[in-house]
Design a protein around this ligand. Structure first.
Ligand SMILES: [Zn+2]
Length: 205
């Protein structure tokens, strides 16, 4: 019966990517999520190795929210999921420190130059380019910043604090929350529902 009412599985990758976009935006708004996500942003030199640099709880949260919801709604078939997995490898390309850009066709697919803007230390790039594989959601929801040719900003967090060991990275969430309680600036200040994260950028690496 559920199969009869499920949505076309061909749209599952797009729905999955929309879920990633929503979760990513929430990660920059909700202090607890930012405490985890800021580990990803704490890399002072973004490159392909930044791709899997996520607090270990985050994949579990997404598995029981985004992936479960898409799986139930779309009844994604194994081949469709395999396609999405294959496309996800593109994530490594996105994080490479290369100036790959699609120019005027930026809205078709994310690129390493477009994605680098998200990690930028420059104020005009703050809270832009949240998209994972596709850029269409940034375009639709007004968070797209299309870099000009050659625009390649420096990256990093404002305070530049990074985990000093594997154990610190493993404990990143509680470590960052504890730092915030101590008055440090790892975490965004929420001034209102629509206010952007604050105090997470620095001007040089
Ligand atoms: Zn982010």
């Amino acid at each position: 019966m559920l199969r009869h009412h499920s949505l076309p599985s061909e749209f599952a990758p797009l729905a999955m990517d929309f879920g990633e976009y929503v979760y990513h935006r929430a990660s920059h708004r909700v202090p607890l999520l930012w405490a985890m996500h800021s580990l990803h942003h704490s890399d002072p030199a973004v490159d392909a190795s930044t791709t899997p640099r996520h607090f270990w709880v985050e994949p579990a949260i997404k598995t029981f929210t985004i992936y479960l919801a898409v799986g139930l709604l779309f009844r994604a078939s194994a081949p469709i999921l395999a396609v999405y997995w294959f496309i996800s490898i593109w994530n490594y390309v996105l994080h490479m420190n290369i100036r790959l850009s699609f120019g005027r066709m930026w809205f078709l697919l994310n690129s390493s130059q477009f994605h680098r803007v998200h990690y930028s230390a420059e104020p005009q790039h703050r809270d832009r380019n949240f998209g994972a594989l596709f850029t269409i959601f940034d375009a639709l929801f007004g968070t797209a910043y299309v870099p000009s040719p050659g625009e390649y900003p420096v990256t990093g967090l404002e305070d530049g604090d990074i985990p000093g060991s594997i154990l610190e990275a493993f404990l990143a969430g509680s470590w960052l929350l504890a730092s915030n309680r101590a008055g440090l600036t790892h975490q965004p200040r929420i001034d209102g529902i629509c206010s952007p994260p604050q105090a997470r950028l620095r001007m040089h690496v």
